[in-house]
Each structure stands twice: as C-alpha cells, then as structure tokens.
Design a binder for this molecule. Structure first.
Ligand SMILES: Cc1cc2nc3c(=O)[nH]c(=O)nc-3n(C[C@H](O)[C@H](O)[C@H](O)COP(=O)(O)O)c2cc1C
Length: 388
C-alpha cells in the first residue's frame, strides 16, 4: 500500500481508506445493494467507452472551467451527497466542504450527514449545495429547507430514488449504525484504527446533526435504516417537486433519474437540473449503469435543463467520457469518501487533484483545449452496448 504522499490513483486512495476507517464505515461506502451488479456495472461500463486520440492540434492554454446551475466551477466535477461522511473521518463533511471550496467545485451536503447545515456553513465562505430527502414529517422538511436557505445554499438537490432503502448486505451483517454501538468487535476495530478513534473522541459531531435536536423522536434512533424505514415518505411524487421548488426559491436539481420519461416529468414539474444516477448501485440492483442511460436522457431533456451524472466515476478519464456523452458535470461519491477516509481535507484535495490532472491530460490527448467543446466526437460511444 502506498504512503499518503505517494498516492497516484483513486484505487490507491481506496486502499488507504480501508486501512484507516473502521470496517463498518468503510463497508458502508464500499457496498451496493443485493448482488452489487449495478454497483459494478457503473464502473465496468465506463471502461467499455474508448477515447478518440487526436494529434497535431493546438493544445496550449487549456480550460476545464464551467458553470453548474449558475455557479462557476473550476472543472465539471462536484462532490455528491453522501450520508455519514463524518464517520469516514471526524468532522468529515466540514473537511470535504473546505477541500471542495478550495478546489472551486460544488460540495453537496446530505440530509443524512453527521455535520449539520449550520456546521458546514460556519466553516466555509462560499455557498454549498444541500441534498434533501423527503420525509413524512413535512414540517421538518420545511424547516430543513428554511435552514438551507438561511445558510445560503445555492442549489437544492432533491433525491427521489430512496423512499425505500436498498438492502445492503454488508451493513446488515456489520450492524452499521451512527453513532457506532460499542461492541467487543468495535472496540477491537478501534485498537486497529487509533487515528480515527482519537479524532472521533475529539469531536462532538457523531450523530445525524441535521436531524438530531430538530425532530423529537430522532434522538434515540441509533440506526439509519430504522429512521429511513420509519420516516421516508413513500408517497413522494412530482407535485412535491413543485412545492419544494416554490419553497426553496433557487435551483432544484432532481437526483436519481434513470428513465427518459421520468426525466421529462422532472422537467415538466420545474427541475432546473437532473442527476442521472442509480445511487451508486445502492438502490435498485439490476438497474443499468448511469453512463449507459445518460445518452437517452440527454436526448429527452438535454436541451431544456442541465444534465449531470454520477456512479462509478473513479478517474478524470471517466469524467471526460461523461462530458463527451452530454453530461454538464460528473458527481463523485466514493472517490471523495475514500480520500476523506485516507486523509481528511488533504485526502479530498488529493482526490480532486488526481481527477483534475487526469481530466486535463485526457482532454489534451483527445485534441481539445476547452472542456465546453468536448462532445460525442471525442469517444467511440458505440462501444457501450445498447440497453436491451
Ligand atoms: C456512503 C454513501 C452514502 C450516500 N448517501 C447519500 C445520501 O445521503 N443522499 C443521496 O442523495 N445520495 C447518497 N449517496 C449516493 C451518492 O450521492 C452518489 O449517487 C453515488 O455515490 C455515486 O456513485 P459513486 O460512489 O460510484 O461515485 C451515497 C453514496 C454512498 C457511497
């Protein structure tokens, strides 16, 4: 395993995170639902797309800059919302948000974060994005949106693919919970991961702080799945999007779209952007990879709203392929979580640096100078088999 300073790839970052993060939280990130087929497909399908190499074009003065729903971004990459990032590393969401701000890319805070909206706002100086899960307690949701507005979040990401929690076997077997239950197995893990344990002892942020203290019955809910099973609103529908958009007043991005008809419905109900996503293979196992369905969703709504994607992005080459197939930006989930677990803020910075460098070099070797000019002409996209 490389030392932190020698890490060159996201895979190496993953290996470092495995060594530093307690097993139940490392596994929580590194898992998909049921057979994990969709989790694997997200990456496998990227590797089927081949890049079109070009030579003898002027590739001096390259630019990766873009804008995402009105916010400038130094490259077409954003940090995806991930629950419990503060269990990968103490104060994890704060650390990741600071790294994203320094790198000039959007950070999205999950509803199921350990650090609260207010915690992140207090430690950052530029607006971040907030991801909303819709729960039955609509008063709580209204307050949450108001808190995001008060923190000047510049976009709301409404996740629509998790009203029921996909079954992830590793979490069930590990008894995953936040804060962790102190079992003999966990104490043994603490002895093997002393940096993590010490860091956690030095912070008060160990539970769901967007929820804790804001909902009466959440204080004693140890398990994420118990909370979700109890509170997530199975009746979520497109009219809720209209209501939420009205209340937030800023750009709303709908996350979890894999189907062209759903993409059209989202747009018809006011979405300003769409994230083509299967939740990193954590929900409907057997669903196609995000990159595979991206082109048909671009065909359906790409001229009306900004379309983003996530799922399986592990390199700058993957980002380039997503942009070539029409995405305005790629979100990274596990790639940044592994950086976070491996080295906190420095680890996320390193992850973003790796991806930026790979993206820039890939763009150059494909004969492009400006990411905004990258398109289908840069890939042999027929290497992704059509969806049957
Ligand atoms: C550990 C973990 C926690 C996640 N939590 C959330 C969440 O709270 N809200 C959400 O909308 N998506 C969540 N996701 C999904 C991510 O936003 C994103 O869709 C996914 O990670 C993309 O795939 P990738 O990890 O292969 O990049 C989570 C993903 C992971 C890995």
């Amino acid at each position: 395993m490389p030392k932190f300073d020698d890490v060159l790839t996201i895979d190496e970052m993953q290996a470092l995170a495995r060594a530093r993060v307690p097993k139940q939280f490392f596994d929580y990130a590194d898992s998909g639902s049921w057979t994990e087929t969709t989790y694997r497909a997200n990456q496998d399908d990227f590797s089927k797309i081949k890049l079109r190499q070009r030579v003898a074009t002027d590739i001096e003065d390259r630019s990766l800059s873009t804008s995402l729903v009105g916010s400038a971004s130094s490259m077409p990459v954003a940090l995806a919302p991930t629950g419990l990032a503060g269990m990968q590393y103490p104060d994890g969401e704060i650390k990741a948000a600071i790294a994203a701000e320094k790198a000039g890319v959007p950070f999205t805070l999950s509803t199921m974060a350990i650090c609260s909206i207010e915690d992140v706002a207090e430690h950052t100086s530029k607006p971040f994005w907030f991801q909303l899960y819709v729960m039955k307690d609509r008063k709580f949701i209204e307050r949450l949106i108001d808190r995001a507005k008060a923190a000047q979040c510049s976009a709301l990401v409404l996740t629509m693919d998790l009203q029921i929690l996909g079954q992830r076997h590793k979490d069930l077997r590990n008894g995953m919970s936040a804060p962790p239950r102190v079992t003999p197995r966990f104490v043994f893990e603490m002895m093997r991961k002393p940096h993590w344990a010490l860091g956690m002892l030095n912070t008060q942020r160990r539970s769901f702080r967007n929820i804790e203290g804001h909902v009466e019955d959440a204080r004693n809910l140890a398990s994420l799945s118990a909370w979700i099973a109890d509170q997530f609103d199975l009746k979520l529908n497109w009219t809720d999007l209209l209501t939420i958009k009205r209340q937030f007043g800023g750009p709303v991005i709908v996350k979890g779209i894999l189907d062209a008809d759903d993409a059209r419905s989202a747009v018809a109900h006011g979405a300003d952007g769409i994230i083509v996503s299967n939740h990193g293979g954590r929900q409907l196992d057997g669903a196609p990879s995000s990159i595979r369905v991206l082109p048909e969703i671009i065909d359906a709504v790409g001229d009306k709203v900004e379309v983003f994607m996530d799922g399986g992005v592990r390199s700058g080459q993957d980002v380039f392929k997503a942009i070539a197939l029409g995405a305005k930006s790629a979100f990274i989930g596990r790639a940044f979580l592994w950086g976070l677990g491996a080295g906190g803020e420095a680890g996320v910075t390193r992850t973003l640096d790796i991806i930026r460098k790979e993206l820039d070099m890939t763009m150059a070797l494909c004969g492009e100078r400006d990411i905004r000019n990258v398109g289908p002409h840069n890939v042999y996209s027929n290497d992704i088999p059509p969806r049957s």
